[in-house]
Design a protein around this ligand. Structure first.
Ligand code: LLP
Length: 426
């Protein structure tokens, strides 16, 4: 459930008409709903109830400071994949002790900073990474808490680009090798085993792959226990899907409840802290991308609605052929309905936000691309020298600008000319 709804023919975010946001902040513009973010986060914490848990929001989905700050105030932890994400969390008031650090290519400087601020855990993805972490921790005089990210080899049944738990994927340590790497971790002087982790993919719409992965993790925990290695937490990653069109993924509450139920068959499960790393299921349907129709271009075989947002602002349709609902924001004026490809200004044929959409629109009208709160702005670029959009957070009948629209001069800030023939830069 989210808080974007029509009232008297106009699409609102909470109690704010999106038309007013476009007037005030311009387009293209990302609009997030505070109440929706909070609701999605609480669905997890309520499902987990008194079971020890930590919800580590996956920062990569939407790393705006206002989003991170809001979740931090609700008690969230964070799943990060770079020192940049770590610094964002700190800048937003997140607690380092609730941060887990995932990612296959952690650099020494990133490890050192994470150790300095005292994160909860490193989700280690390979043996060489473990050895590097031990060395870095030794150098800075710390003990690094580690959890091995195992690759349980389950088919998440999602788009191949966002499937991560198969043998062929670059992520994690194969489950059969994990035992040996845990034994090594137990011996290394500057790391301490604290957890076990997996993440099998994103936009999963079925429970079965999660439960299969959990079963494989529990089998591994059993073997670890036989060798005297106990973990304090089990991190099941993120990946729960959202309805973009006609998918029916389990709600966060049902998902978390099913996993706890399966876990409860395991001896000592009540002492095992459960971690989740949800990104999309918290942020996706808490945001829309607001865009204005520049031109309608009727054609022989296709009609195009050319809008002011493009693949540089929202790349999911172009990159994954992702389907996101597109709605006319103000339906009060009479319009003829036609079928359009909704395309952007970027000079690429792949620059579309939606294809074959029935829309009753005219040039100048506003459209809202739904489910754009996750992997929207976070994946935006400046391709075609387009400044990135503004981001606005709606809270009841208030709208807060949480990131100003980039200015043209921002585009080349940090660049420089070559010296001329006289060696001068002018
Ligand atoms: N934890 C780890 C280690 C991850 O790699 C990811 C996502 C998450 C958590 C969060 O997964 P979520 O709950 O959001 O599914 N750009 C793609 C999605 C890439 C996901 C990458 N990893 C998209 O727009 O569909």
């Amino acid at each position: 459930m989210d808080h974007f709804e029509y009232r008297d023919g106009v699409l609102y975010g909470e109690d704010m008409p999106l038309t007013r946001i476009a007037d005030e902040f311009g387009t293209p513009c990302y609009v997030y709903s505070r109440a929706t973010l909070a609701r999605h986060f609480r669905a997890y914490t309520e499902a987990l109830g008194s079971h020890p848990h930590l919800i580590c929001y996956a920062v990569k989905a939407n790393s705006n400071l206002a989003v991170l700050g809001l979740l931090a105030r609700l008690g969230a932890g964070f799943d990060i994949v770079s020192v940049g994400e770590l610094e964002r969390v700190l800048a937003a008031g997140g607690e380092p002790a609730k941060v887990v650090f995932s990612g296959v290519a952690k650099q020494e400087t990133e490890m050192a900073r994470a150790l300095e601020v005292g994160i909860k855990c490193f989700n280690v993805e390979s043996r060489p990474e473990l050895e590097r972490l031990d060395a870095v921790a030794g150098r800075v005089g710390k003990i690094a808490p580690v959890s091995l990210r195992v690759n349980p080899d389950v088919d998440a049944g999602t788009h191949p680009y966002i499937s991560t738990g198969l043998k062929d994927n670059k992520f994690g340590i194969p489950v059969d090798e994990a035992l040996a790497v845990y034994e090594l971790a137990a011996k290394l002087p500057h790391v301490a085993v604290t957890g076990l982790d997996c993440h099998i993919g994103s936009q999963l719409t079925e429970l079965a792959p999660f439960l299969d992965a959990l079963d494989r993790l529990l089998a591994l925990l059993e073997r670890l226990r036989e060798r005297g290695i106990e973990v304090a937490h089990l991190d099941l990653g993120g990946g729960l899907g959202v309805p973009y069109r006609d998918e029916h993924p389990p709600a966060p509450f049902d998902y978390a409840t099913a996993l706890i139920e399966r876990l409860s068959r395991w001896e000592g499960s009540e002492r095992l802290t459960l971690l989740f790393e949800p990104g999309r299921s918290i942020a996706a349907n808490a945001g829309v991308l607001l865009t204005r129709v520049e031109y309608l271009k009727p054609g022989e075989t296709k009609n195009f609605a050319i809008v002011d947002a493009g693949m540089n602002d929202l790349i999911r349709p172009a990159l994954y052929q992702a389907w996101q609902t597109i709605l006319a924001v103000d339906t009060r004026k009479p319009r003829d309905t036609a079928t359009y490809d909704v395309v952007g200004p970027v000079c690429e044929t792949g620059d579309f936000l939606g294809k074959d959409r029935a829309l009753a629109i005219a040039a100048g009208d506003l459209l809202a691309v739904r489910s754009a709160g996750a992997y929207g702005f976070a994946m935006a670029s400046n391709y075609n020298s387009r400044p990135r959009p503004a981001e606005v957070m709606v809270d009841g009948d208030q709208a807060h600008l949480v990131r100003r629209r980039e200015r043209l001069a921002d585009l080349w800030a940090g660049e420089s000319l070559l010296p001329d023939d006289r060696g001068e830069v002018r």
